[in-house]
Ligand binder design. Structure first.
Ligand code: GDP
Ligand code: MG
Length: 162
Protein backbone atom coordinates (compact mmCIF):
# COMPACT_ATOMS: atom_id res chain seq x y z
CA UNK A 1 0.00 0.00 0.00
CA UNK A 2 1.20 3.57 -0.72
CA UNK A 3 1.98 5.76 2.29
CA UNK A 4 -0.48 8.45 3.32
CA UNK A 5 0.33 12.11 4.01
CA UNK A 6 -2.27 14.19 5.87
CA UNK A 7 -2.17 17.97 5.31
CA UNK A 8 -3.42 19.84 8.39
CA UNK A 9 -3.41 23.32 9.85
CA UNK A 10 -5.87 26.00 10.82
CA UNK A 11 -8.17 27.40 8.11
CA UNK A 12 -6.80 29.71 5.39
CA UNK A 13 -3.10 28.92 5.76
CA UNK A 14 -2.96 27.50 2.21
CA UNK A 15 -3.42 23.75 2.68
CA UNK A 16 -5.51 23.26 -0.46
CA UNK A 17 -3.21 25.49 -2.51
CA UNK A 18 -0.29 23.32 -1.37
CA UNK A 19 -2.17 20.10 -2.14
CA UNK A 20 -2.81 21.41 -5.66
CA UNK A 21 0.88 22.14 -6.01
CA UNK A 22 1.78 18.64 -4.81
CA UNK A 23 -0.64 16.85 -7.14
CA UNK A 24 0.08 19.20 -10.04
CA UNK A 25 -3.57 19.92 -10.67
CA UNK A 26 -6.05 22.59 -9.69
CA UNK A 27 -8.47 20.26 -8.04
CA UNK A 28 -8.44 20.85 -4.31
CA UNK A 29 -10.97 23.53 -3.41
CA UNK A 30 -9.31 26.90 -2.83
CA UNK A 31 -11.29 29.98 -1.93
CA UNK A 32 -10.73 33.19 -0.08
CA UNK A 33 -13.15 32.08 2.60
CA UNK A 34 -11.48 29.98 5.31
CA UNK A 35 -12.55 26.43 5.92
CA UNK A 36 -13.88 25.75 2.46
CA UNK A 37 -12.53 22.21 2.26
CA UNK A 38 -15.04 20.64 4.60
CA UNK A 39 -14.19 16.98 4.46
CA UNK A 40 -11.01 15.09 3.98
CA UNK A 41 -10.25 14.49 0.31
CA UNK A 42 -7.56 12.09 -0.96
CA UNK A 43 -5.46 12.44 -4.10
CA UNK A 44 -2.76 10.33 -5.76
CA UNK A 45 0.61 12.04 -5.76
CA UNK A 46 4.24 11.23 -6.46
CA UNK A 47 7.63 12.85 -6.00
CA UNK A 48 10.98 11.58 -7.26
CA UNK A 49 9.26 8.44 -8.49
CA UNK A 50 7.69 7.59 -5.11
CA UNK A 51 3.92 7.34 -4.98
CA UNK A 52 1.90 8.45 -1.98
CA UNK A 53 -1.61 9.55 -1.12
CA UNK A 54 -2.11 13.15 -0.01
CA UNK A 55 -5.15 14.01 2.08
CA UNK A 56 -6.44 17.59 2.14
CA UNK A 57 -8.37 18.52 5.27
CA UNK A 58 -10.81 21.29 6.00
CA UNK A 59 -8.92 23.47 8.39
CA UNK A 60 -8.36 22.57 11.96
CA UNK A 61 -9.77 24.97 14.49
CA UNK A 62 -9.47 23.01 17.73
CA UNK A 63 -11.95 25.29 19.53
CA UNK A 64 -14.56 24.76 16.85
CA UNK A 65 -18.23 24.18 17.52
CA UNK A 66 -21.00 22.93 15.25
CA UNK A 67 -20.07 22.44 11.61
CA UNK A 68 -16.50 23.56 12.23
CA UNK A 69 -16.26 20.90 14.92
CA UNK A 70 -17.25 18.22 12.41
CA UNK A 71 -14.65 19.53 9.99
CA UNK A 72 -12.01 19.37 12.73
CA UNK A 73 -13.04 15.79 13.46
CA UNK A 74 -12.29 14.94 9.83
CA UNK A 75 -8.77 16.35 10.27
CA UNK A 76 -8.31 14.19 13.36
CA UNK A 77 -9.37 11.10 11.40
CA UNK A 78 -6.98 12.06 8.58
CA UNK A 79 -4.08 12.23 11.05
CA UNK A 80 -4.99 8.93 12.67
CA UNK A 81 -4.94 7.21 9.25
CA UNK A 82 -1.75 8.94 8.04
CA UNK A 83 1.84 7.74 8.02
CA UNK A 84 3.10 11.32 8.25
CA UNK A 85 1.63 14.78 8.71
CA UNK A 86 2.33 17.95 6.77
CA UNK A 87 1.53 20.80 9.16
CA UNK A 88 0.97 24.10 7.35
CA UNK A 89 1.38 27.46 9.12
CA UNK A 90 1.02 30.96 7.65
CA UNK A 91 4.48 32.43 8.19
CA UNK A 92 3.23 35.95 7.48
CA UNK A 93 0.85 35.71 10.46
CA UNK A 94 3.11 33.77 12.81
CA UNK A 95 2.05 31.35 15.52
CA UNK A 96 -1.57 31.71 16.67
CA UNK A 97 -3.41 30.00 19.54
CA UNK A 98 -5.10 27.76 16.96
CA UNK A 99 -1.68 26.69 15.63
CA UNK A 100 -0.54 25.90 19.19
CA UNK A 101 -3.64 23.81 19.76
CA UNK A 102 -3.00 21.83 16.58
CA UNK A 103 0.56 21.19 17.81
CA UNK A 104 -0.84 19.63 21.00
CA UNK A 105 -3.02 17.29 18.99
CA UNK A 106 -0.11 16.37 16.73
CA UNK A 107 2.11 15.61 19.75
CA UNK A 108 -0.50 13.14 21.03
CA UNK A 109 -0.85 11.54 17.60
CA UNK A 110 2.88 10.78 17.67
CA UNK A 111 3.30 10.75 13.87
CA UNK A 112 6.25 12.22 11.98
CA UNK A 113 5.52 15.90 11.26
CA UNK A 114 6.94 18.07 8.48
CA UNK A 115 6.44 21.78 9.10
CA UNK A 116 5.61 24.03 6.14
CA UNK A 117 5.94 27.81 6.64
CA UNK A 118 3.65 28.99 3.87
CA UNK A 119 3.18 32.36 2.12
CA UNK A 120 6.91 33.03 2.00
CA UNK A 121 6.41 34.46 -1.49
CA UNK A 122 9.79 36.14 -1.71
CA UNK A 123 13.24 35.73 -0.23
CA UNK A 124 12.95 38.81 2.01
CA UNK A 125 10.10 37.04 3.87
CA UNK A 126 12.20 34.01 4.81
CA UNK A 127 12.98 35.50 8.23
CA UNK A 128 9.27 35.18 9.09
CA UNK A 129 9.58 31.40 8.85
CA UNK A 130 12.41 31.38 11.39
CA UNK A 131 10.02 32.20 14.26
CA UNK A 132 8.23 28.90 13.65
CA UNK A 133 11.13 27.06 15.28
CA UNK A 134 9.27 28.02 18.47
CA UNK A 135 6.58 25.45 17.70
CA UNK A 136 9.07 22.78 18.76
CA UNK A 137 8.48 20.68 15.67
CA UNK A 138 11.91 21.06 14.14
CA UNK A 139 12.88 22.89 11.00
CA UNK A 140 10.25 25.12 9.37
CA UNK A 141 10.41 24.77 5.57
CA UNK A 142 9.72 28.16 3.98
CA UNK A 143 7.47 27.75 0.95
CA UNK A 144 5.06 29.59 -1.25
CA UNK A 145 2.32 27.18 -2.21
CA UNK A 146 0.92 29.84 -4.53
CA UNK A 147 4.17 30.33 -6.48
CA UNK A 148 5.90 26.98 -5.96
CA UNK A 149 8.84 28.45 -4.05
CA UNK A 150 10.55 25.84 -1.82
CA UNK A 151 8.04 23.09 -2.45
CA UNK A 152 10.67 20.75 -3.95
CA UNK A 153 12.78 20.86 -0.77
CA UNK A 154 9.60 20.42 1.28
CA UNK A 155 8.65 17.29 -0.67
CA UNK A 156 12.16 15.88 -0.18
CA UNK A 157 11.55 16.21 3.57
CA UNK A 158 8.10 14.65 3.21
CA UNK A 159 9.56 11.57 1.50
CA UNK A 160 12.00 11.14 4.40
CA UNK A 161 9.10 11.26 6.87
CA UNK A 162 6.81 8.85 5.00
P1 GDP B 1 -6.83 26.38 3.33
O1 GDP B 1 -8.06 26.91 3.99
O2 GDP B 1 -5.73 26.14 4.34
O3 GDP B 1 -7.05 25.20 2.43
O4 GDP B 1 -6.23 27.58 2.43
P2 GDP B 1 -6.41 27.82 0.85
O5 GDP B 1 -5.47 26.96 0.06
O6 GDP B 1 -7.85 27.77 0.51
O7 GDP B 1 -5.83 29.32 0.75
C1 GDP B 1 -6.36 30.36 1.53
C2 GDP B 1 -5.94 31.69 0.92
O8 GDP B 1 -4.52 31.85 1.00
C3 GDP B 1 -6.29 31.81 -0.58
O9 GDP B 1 -6.66 33.13 -0.85
C4 GDP B 1 -4.97 31.47 -1.26
O10 GDP B 1 -4.87 32.03 -2.54
C5 GDP B 1 -3.96 32.07 -0.29
N1 GDP B 1 -2.65 31.43 -0.37
C6 GDP B 1 -2.36 30.11 -0.36
N2 GDP B 1 -1.05 29.89 -0.50
C7 GDP B 1 -0.46 31.11 -0.59
C8 GDP B 1 0.90 31.55 -0.74
O11 GDP B 1 1.86 30.78 -0.84
N3 GDP B 1 1.11 32.89 -0.75
C9 GDP B 1 0.08 33.79 -0.67
N4 GDP B 1 0.39 35.07 -0.70
N5 GDP B 1 -1.22 33.41 -0.54
C10 GDP B 1 -1.48 32.09 -0.50
MG1 MG C 1 -8.75 24.03 2.02
Amino acid sequence: PVPVLAVVGRPNVGKSTLVNRIIGRREAVVEDRPGVTRDRVSYDASWNGRAFTVVDTGGWDPDARGLAERIAAQAEIAVSLADAVLFVVDATVGITDADEAVVKILRKANKPVVLAANKVDAQHLEGEAYGLWNLGLGEPHPISAAHGRGTGDLLDAVLEAL
